[in-house]
Design a protein. Structure first.
Length: 266
């Protein structure tokens, strides 16, 4: 038995799920599934229909069809058993037999199909085993989830710290503005020098003398000035100069003494 495709389709032939187990182009799969509703007779009790090259083994699920596309040489009994097992698995993953429920559980249903069919051949498994295999605990998956959660948490913390730093800078800027201080620029020497040099661009070529916008700085002459000769320091002895209007005190005492002697002789 070789299953070419396991699909869930609508009565109009629209494929909701189509899992291929042999290499097959998408156009061929869509063509086979779109032709299936036309082959099903209304009110028929058969569970399979055939064409010249393939066989459709199907079952009705409310308004949808579960379809197995097989070769005509496939064992029809095994195909019906596989179809019955797949129909039991779908309610384990989908909430109902409608387009929305099937689309929401599409990946889980495909994984369950892969546990039942390996390379188009039926595996010896039960519904409980398939359910266990698809929901088995994975240490690697748990570790990857923890790493992802840690990365998300770190990114949130960094964003929170950055927002706090920005708020602090804005608060300091408002405080300085209220005190009458203008916010100082953070540009260093490099930005100023580059800004000042940016305007002094010059063109090169034969017309560089006429088209140059660079203005050479005026030459400045540097003159050396002779330092003044040091003035001699005065000696430690201070000479007493002539003082006008001041009489010598010893001379006054001597004259006064002479006058007193003359008065005594008289």
């Amino acid at each position: 038995m070789v299953v070419l495709s396991a699909s869930i389709v609508t009565p109009s032939g629209k494929a909701l799920i189509a899992r291929q187990y042999v290499p097959m182009p998408r156009i061929r799969v869509e063509g086979m599934l779109s032709a299936f509703p036309k082959l099903v007779e209304k009110g028929s009790q058969h569970t399979f229909v055939e064409t010249d090259s393939i066989r459709y083994v199907y079952t009705r699920m409310d308004s949808l069809y579960l379809v197995l596309v097989t070769t005509k040489q496939s064992n029809i009994v095994e195909d019906l058993e596989t179809l019955r097992l797949l129909s039991k698995l779908i309610p384990e993953y989908a909430q109902g037999f409608n387009e929305a429920s099937i689309s929401d559980a599409a990946f889980e249903i495909v994984f369950a199909f892969d546990e039942v069919l390996g390379a188009g051949h039926k595996e010896t498994v039960s519904v409980a085993q398939v359910k266990k295999y698809t929901t088995m605990y994975s240490h690697e998956e748990e570790l990857q989830n923890l790493i992802r959660e840690s990365q998300v948490s770190d990114a949130k913390n960094k964003a929170r710290e950055k927002a706090r730093a920005i708020r602090q800078q804005k608060a300091e800027a408002r405080k300085l503005a209220g005190m009458g201080y203008a916010p100082t620029s953070t540009g260093g020497f490099g930005s100023e020098s580059m800004g000042s040099m940016g305007g002094n661009t010059s063109s090169f070529g034969p017309d560089a003398a006429s088209t140059s916008s660079y203005a050479a700085p005026a030459s400045t002459s540097v003159t050396r000035t002779r330092s003044p000769s040091p003035t001699p320091r005065p000696s430690g002895k201070r000479t007493k100069g002539l003082q006008l209007g001041v009489k010598s005190k010893p001379k006054d005492d001597f004259l006064h003494q002479m006058q007193e002697e003359q008065k005594s002789h008289i």
